[in-house]
Structures are given as structure tokens and as C-alpha cells.
Design a protein around this ligand. Structure first.
Ligand code: SAH
Length: 353
């Protein structure tokens, strides 16, 4: 019987590392390619029927069968699909697949929980449990791609957003390794240009990211117009100022040439005033950026309320009149606990009906 708590994950290895592990086990190294593409196709070791049973058994003595499994799947009236993935140690993370005209976008969780403490966010209510590994991240994409009817030749998942639970730049090494692996032709071949990474603004890591040669779409959760206001809802503002965030974004732009995006979740009476719109304009005017206004997904425990739709669109109009590029994000999947961490909390909290 496998002990999932301590079991290693063979998909945490890249192709070369798999080859070395197989040689060490006295197995032919060409099997690595088969195993790798099986994983990238969303298959557990026990499902890899093109691998001899003896090798599958040998692998299962040391490695978990599947880095993740689909534990629950909910489909919204608008077609958005929300998955709960169970990891080999029993932890649960969420993923969402949204269908757009150009293809399907998967929203990924990078950590079990989160330690950033943003006041409006459900993911951080129970703090950080652990980081996801590169293999777990890859496998959640492989599972969703397979579940949507895709395979390695005909990809269903074409775009990725790192906007699920967790702070991607707080799990830097695994997230970067995941994105580099995902872009490989022997994997799902998802170009970094089709990936958006959302961060609460860990400035040092934005500079590190600019050296990785990964032309990602950088998205920063701003949510406030001054450091004082930001500190009230985002503890990370005590570590990095908005000024430093803007400098880091400009630096990232100078390397990648890709405009950056600011997320701004409109919270009633907190950051949705006329004054806030004016401050946002003077802060961002002239920068190669776009503002994505998000209507708050209300999380009961936080007590924070969503601004009215009317005010959200009026706020957007003020920004565009002031010369900014801004849109209000479409509401997707709100009937299936669309906000970060909401669905997981419901299931982990024991309300499993
Ligand atoms: N840790 C990353 C990814 C978080 S999720 C980050 O901070 O960017 C993606 C976006 O959703 C972030 O902008 C986050 O602040 C926002 N968000 C989290 N909970 C929300 C909620 N309940 N309603 C609206 N937006 C929320």
C-alpha cells in the first residue's frame, strides 16, 4: 500500500531526469519518453498500458500513481468548469476552465492555501499549507486538457492564467520550472505568451522573472491607489510600495515589450470612490498598461461587499475618460463559487453535498 504522504512524484522529473532514474533502476532509458508523454496526456502510472506491468509496479513502489486526480467537477450555466483536484497527500486545490472564442483558458492554483493575507480573498483564510510542485502543476493541466477531450496533438487548453489559489511568486522555483516544461513541444507546448501570471506584487521576484526569458503577461493585483489604502487590504503593501511595483513593471516591460495589467477588485466603500478613480488615473497615466476591474466575489467571512454594476462601469468610464485602458472583467462561474479558494473551502470545510 502506498504512503501518499511521503510518496515522490515521478512527473516532478523532466525527461532527462526520468531517463537517469530509469537507468538507475536498470530499465531502458527510452521508456522515459513514453512515461513523460503519458503524464502529459493526463495518465496515472497504473493507466500507462504501453509500459510493461513490471516497470509500472517498480515505479509504484517509489512514486505516487498520479500527482493529482479530479476529485469533483462542477459546470456553470455559462459553460465554465470548475475542478477540485486531490493531490497524492490528500490536499485539495481548485482549477477553472473558461471557454473563449479563441480557445480554452485554465486558471491554475499554485499553492494549497496562501500566506499573503489579502482581506477580500478566500484562499488565504486558512493560511498556507504547502506549495504545489512542478509535476503537480503540470498534471492539473494535463488532467483538464484530457477531460476537455484534448490530447498532446490536439490541445484543448491553449491559455493559462496563474490566478487560482496561492501566490505564484511565493512558489517561484516550481512555478518557473512548470512554465518552462509546459512550453516544451513534448509537453503541451503552451507558449509563455499565452500565460498570464498574477502576483500581489513581490517586487524582487518580478526582477528575477525578467531574467528567465519567459515573455509572460505580467498581471499585478493593485486594488488600491495609495500605499496607506493598500496596506488596509493587502499586507504585502507593508513590504513593497506601489512606486517600487511600478518600477519593477516598467523594467519587465523593457525586457519583454509586453504591456502589463493591473487588477483592481472593486470593494464597496473601500476603493470604488470618485477620488480613487482620479488617483488611479494620475498613478498609471502614460504607462504601457491596462486596468482590469474585477467585481468582488463576496466571501462571507470577509464581510466585504461588491460595488454595484452601475458603479463598476461608471468607474471604468472615468478611467477611460482619463486616458487609461480599462475594462470590467466578465463574471464567469459565479454560480459555482467562482472566487479563489471559495470552492475548496466549502469542501475542505466538510460541506460536501
Ligand atoms: N496571488 C495572486 C493570484 C491571486 S487570484 C495575486 O494576488 O495576484 C487573482 C486575482 O483575484 C487577484 O487580483 C486577487 O487579488 C483577486 N481576488 C482574490 N479574491 C477575490 C475576490 N473575492 N473577489 C475579487 N477578486 C479577488
Amino acid at each position: 500500500m502506498q504512503n501518499a504522504q511521503t510518496m515522490k512524484n515521478f512527473y516532478d522529473f523532466n525527461l532527462e531526469q526520468m531517463q537517469n532514474a530509469l537507468i538507475f533502476m536498470g530499465e531502458p532509458k527510452y521508456r522515459a519518453k513514453q512515461i513523460y508523454s503519458n503524464f502529459a496526456s493526463g495518465k496515472a502510472i497504473s493507466e500507462m498500458t504501453d509500459i510493461p506491468l513490471t516497470l509500472r509496479e517498480k515505479l509504484l513502489e517509489n512514486y505516487c500513481d498520479a500527482p493529482a486526480k479530479i476529485y469533483k467537477k462542477l459546470t456553470s450555466v455559462d459553460g465554465t468548469v470548475k475542478y477540485l483536484f486531490s493531490l497524492a497527500d490528500g490536499n485539495i486545490v481548485e482549477g477553472v476552465v473558461m471557454t473563449y472564442k479563441y480557445g480554452k483558458t485554465q486558471c491554475i492554483s499554485t499553492q494549497v492555501g496562501c500566506r499573503m493575507g489579502c482581506k477580500f480573498c478566500a484562499s488565504t483564510l486558512n493560511r498556507l499549507i504547502r506549495n504545489l510542485t512542478r509535476g503537480e502543476l503540470l498534471f492539473t493541466v494535463a488532467l483538464a486538457n484530457k477531460d476537455c477531450g484534448g490530447n498532446l496533438k490536439k490541445r484543448e487548453i491553449t491559455n493559462i492564467v496563474l490566478m487560482g489559489s496561492g501566490e505564484p511568486l511565493d512558489n517561484y522555483d516550481e512555478v518557473v520550472a512548470f512554465l518552462k516544461e509546459l512550453a516544451k513541444p513534448e509537453n503541451l507546448n503552451v507558449s509563455p505568451r499565452n500565460v498570464s501570471l498574477s502576483t500581489c506584487g513581490i517586487v524582487n521576484r518580478i526582477y528575477d522573472l525578467s531574467k528567465e526569458n519567459l515573455p509572460l503577461n505580467l498581471t499585478v493585483s493593485l486594488h488600491a491607489t495609495t500605499d496607506e489604502k493598500r496596506k488596509v487590504i493587502m499586507p504585502i503593501a507593508n513590504a513593497y510600495s506601489i512606486k517600487d511595483i511600478l518600477l519593477a513593471c516598467k523594467h519587465y516591460f523593457s525586457i519583454t515589450g509586453r504591456r502589463f495589467i493591473f487588477e483592481y477588485s472593486l470593494v464597496k466603500g473601500v476603493n470604488d470612490s470618485d477620488e480613487c478613480a482620479k488617483e488611479l488615473i494620475s498613478l498609471l497615466k502614460g504607462l504601457p498598461c491596462h486596468v482590469n476591474l474585477i467585481r468582488l466575489n463576496e466571501v462571507e467571512e470577509t464581510g466585504l461587499k461588491r460595488t454595484t454594476d452601475k458603479n463598476a462601469y461608471a468607474f471604468m468610464q472615468k478611467l477611460t475618460d482619463g486616458g487609461l485602458s480599462a475594462t470590467v472583467r466578465r463574471l464567469m462561474g459565479s454560480d459555482i463559487e467562482g472566487a479563489c479558494g471559495q470552492l475548496r473551502n466549502k469542501y475542505v470545510g466538510g460541506n460536501n453535498d
